[in-house]
Design a protein around this ligand. Structure first.
Ligand SMILES: O=C(CO)[C@H](O)[C@H](O)COP(=O)(O)O
Length: 303
């Protein structure tokens, strides 16, 4: 089959990674772009070996942060997500503001930690309820599929992240290559924020949706994780896979007592994917990444 790829599932610790393993046929296109793409495809295969290396992953996240913050213009209201990748974007935003390159920029932090970080890096924060709109939002992701469906909530912050991301005119999702999956739920369960007083009936209803729910436990506290909003988090795995993310997102949110779940469909306007090409880090749009791994023509990097 022309352009066929094979995907190999790696397991590292508790996290399985899908990555394009081999591209069996050459890309179409001009000779020079052909060889460029072929060498890139080889390195995509190679970077998978580095995907679990924290230093390599950090370099990918920094490149994403830089690329994303390059889209901010003076006077904008910026939404800030949570997690290590979004934090690097906040750091980069602060750097440009302090250098005087981005005047009159204010930020809406999706949660407590993103507001603390913003202040730490010299980014002025405002309350979501005090702005009419958000121009651009940056957020990380635990998984993203090739249709820009997201899985979030690894940091139990997905409820307000979803609010901020969906208010923003441009929602830019920052994904290092390890985050791209063929099907949501491949490497992470679906986090569901639940009112503590409704936990038992919600657990029963999640089972009827085909899920295997587990209350998330705190690491350095006895008992469950309690979110910024005072709720519990249930991590739900779906052994039969998630065929229709947007339908599952709606069905979970229909359960009384559920505050919000970590599937986010139809919100991301742009997904930036970072890969390592030998010594270089390359950032490209998800569409370009998808073209490369499907062996179609027209893929090129954006940096
Ligand atoms: O959804 C989130 C937190 O609830 C994060 O965006 C997600 O967990 C990704 O985090 P990181 O950038 O550290 O990999």
């Amino acid at each position: 089959m022309q352009g066929a790829i094979s995907f190999k599932q790696l397991t590292s610790g508790d996290k399985s990674l899908f990555y394009p393993n081999t591209i069996r046929t050459p890309f179409n296109g001009t000779k020079s772009s052909d060889s460029k793409r072929r060498s890139l495809s080889l390195s995509i295969s190679a970077v998978s070996q580095n995907a679990t290396n924290p230093e390599a992953q950090d370099a990918l996240k920094r490149a994403l942060a830089k690329k994303a913050v390059g889209l901010v213009k003076p006077g904008m209201v910026v939404g800030l997500g949570t997690g290590s990748t979004a934090s690097l974007a906040t750091e980069e935003l602060g750097r440009l503001i302090r250098k005087g390159k981005l005047k009159d920029v204010v930020a809406v932090g999706a949660n407590y930690q993103s507001r603390v970080l913003a202040r730490q890096f010299g980014v002025k924060t405002v309350d979501l309820n005090d702005v009419n709109n958000i121009d651009i939002a940056f957020d990380g992701v635990d998984e993203v599929d090739l249709n820009k469906n997201l899985l979030k909530g690894g940091g139990a912050a997905h409820t307000m992240q979803k609010v901020v991301d969906s208010v923003a005119k441009e929602c830019i999702i920052l994904a290092d290559q390890s985050k791209v999956v063929l099907q949501l739920g491949s490497t992470f369960p679906v986090p569901v924020e639940v009112l503590p007083s409704a936990i038992s009936p919600v657990l029963r209803r999640l089972v009827t949706l085909g899920g295997v729910p587990e209350i998330r436990s705190a690491l350095r506290k006895d008992g469950p994780v309690i979110t910024d909003l005072g709720n519990m988090v249930v991590d739900v795995s779906f052994p039969n896979g998630i065929q229709n993310p947007s339908e599952l997102e709606k069905n979970i949110n229909m359960i009384p007592g559920v505050v919000e779940n970590g599937i986010v469909s139809g919100v991301a306007t742009t997904v930036l994917v970072a890969i390592q090409d030998g010594e270089n880090v390359i950032v490209m749009n998800l569409e370009e990444f998808a073209e490369i791994i499907s062996g179609r023509t027209g893929a090129s990097s954006t940096s």
